[in-house]
Design a binder for this molecule. Structure first.
Ligand code: FES
Length: 183
């Protein structure tokens, strides 16, 4: 019995030491995971240069009335069109109930004379024509996608062809009278 008591006592010390070692190992292990996780978690935050690329600033001042320019935002072409009075009038004269993707022209720009569109056809992703003079712009004078014949009006809305939706208006804002920030 005494031996058992000593064994029991000895076993208790061992268990206590083992518990302590396990606890210590567990704490060190947790700290190790935390320390090794930090660089990984930190690496998931976008770097400053990546954040900078998520926006594109455009100086509109060189773009005359009736001209367009194409810029790149997040690797995607964005069409910026300085619309003429006739283009604005035509876009606003449309009965939107007749449109496949019925959005009033007034809801598609911040200033009527500046139209900003993602230059990717919503059908299958081609880049529509109409940014350069001499390119076909379709029956409604906006953009024409040569891949399968989608035609967009002077508000970038689908008027004919397979595109299910209008050309997308990206998020943007004016930073001054003649500059926009896309993204
Ligand atoms: S990708 Fe434009 S019409 Fe098909």
């Amino acid at each position: 019995m005494t031996v058992k008591a000593q064994d029991a006592g000895s076993g208790g010390d061992d268990e206590t030491r083992r518990d302590f070692l396990l606890l210590t190992t567990s704490i060190v292990g947790t700290a190790g995971v935390a320390l090794s996780a930090w660089p990984f978690i930190d690496s998931m935050n976008p770097a400053a240069d990546v954040l900078a690329l998520s926006t594109t600033e455009v100086d509109l001042s060189p773009v005359e009335v009736g001209q367009s320019t194409t810029v790149v935002w997040r690797g995607t072409p964005v069409f910026v069109r300085h619309r003429t009075e006739q283009e604005i009038t035509a876009a606003r004269a449309v009965d939107i109930s007749t449109l496949r993707d019925p959005v009033p022209d007034e809801d598609r720009e911040i200033k009527p004379e500046w139209l900003v569109l993602v230059g990717i056809c919503p059908h299958l992703g081609c880049i529509p024509l109409g940014q350069k003079s001499g390119q076909p712009r379709g029956q409604w004078g906006g953009w024409f996608c040569p891949c399968h014949g989608s035609q967009f009006d002077t508000s970038g809305r689908i008027r004919k062809g397979p595109s299910p939706t209008n050309l997308v208006v990206p998020p943007y804002k004016f930073t001054d009278e003649t500059s926009i920030l896309i993204g």
